[in-house]
Design a protein around this ligand. Structure first.
Ligand code: SF4
Ligand code: SF4
Length: 202
């Protein structure tokens, strides 16, 4: 039997962070009386790159649970996504292409969707290690509700990101020193297959 992609202790911690995000998101959305219901847009066409091996592996835990035929469909769409996004980037444009995991407007891997998918929508704030605060206004539809109000209910991203860094550090251990930094779209994570570190001798 092959080794699991992620130790259970790590996947459980990621699931717990995601659950905490859902709780915080629901609280702020409730305070703002905001929801995605009836939204004319679909923010799953936003271009994002992701930076952690642990989220990459967790995404693949979800992909591995799918029937092979569904996974192959996502892989095929991912190949198309990469071709189209590379063409857009080559023209100097930011790609605006629907995520390969989006099925008719809904996330096809909802319980394994990535951090940024979970944060997008409501206003949030993050305090950097140097103390500087970064403010995120929420999606265009949420901004229609909030205007440019400064004293808004907000999610605080600080601890969420700190927790993810901690998970990544503890899981990768010394391998972190030799592994390349990653910056990949979901499509690229799917095409590459799960992170296996077979080339890594540490
Ligand atoms: S993973 Fe799911 S929620 Fe995130 S962009 Fe893709 S379809 Fe949308
Ligand atoms: S997060 Fe905002 S833009 Fe995205 S689907 Fe929800 S309401 Fe629409």
């Amino acid at each position: 039997m092959s080794a699991p992609l992620l130790p259970l202790s790590v996947s459980s911690r990621i699931a717990a962070i995601y659950a905490e995000i859902e709780e915080q998101y629901a609280l702020v959305a409730g305070q703002l009386d905001f929801s995605c219901t009836g939204c004319p847009d679909n923010c799953c066409d936003s271009y994002f790159q992701h930076h952690t091996y642990s989220e990459w592996a967790y995404l693949w835990l979800g992909l591995q649970e799918l029937p092979a035929v569904k996974r192959q469909e996502f892989e095929h769409r991912s190949q198309q996504y990469v071709v189209q996004s590379s063409a857009a980037l080559g023209r100097g444009a930011r790609p605006q292409i629907i995520c390969p995991l989006n099925d008719a407007g809904l996330c096809g891997l909802y319980s394994h969707r990535l951090l940024i998918c979970r944060l997008h929508g409501v206003p949030s704030v993050m305090t950097r290690p140097d103390g500087k605060q970064l403010f995120f206004p929420g999606c265009f539809r949420c901004q229609e509700i909030t205007g440019d109000g400064k004293e808004l209910p907000r999610m605080d991203r600080t601890k969420i990101f700190q927790d993810f860094v901690q998970v990544e550090m503890e899981w990768l251990g010394v391998k972190r020193k030799v592994l390349p930094k990653i910056k990949m779209t979901i499509a690229e994570m799917i095409i590459k297959g799960p992170p296996l570190f077979s080339h890594c001798r540490i």
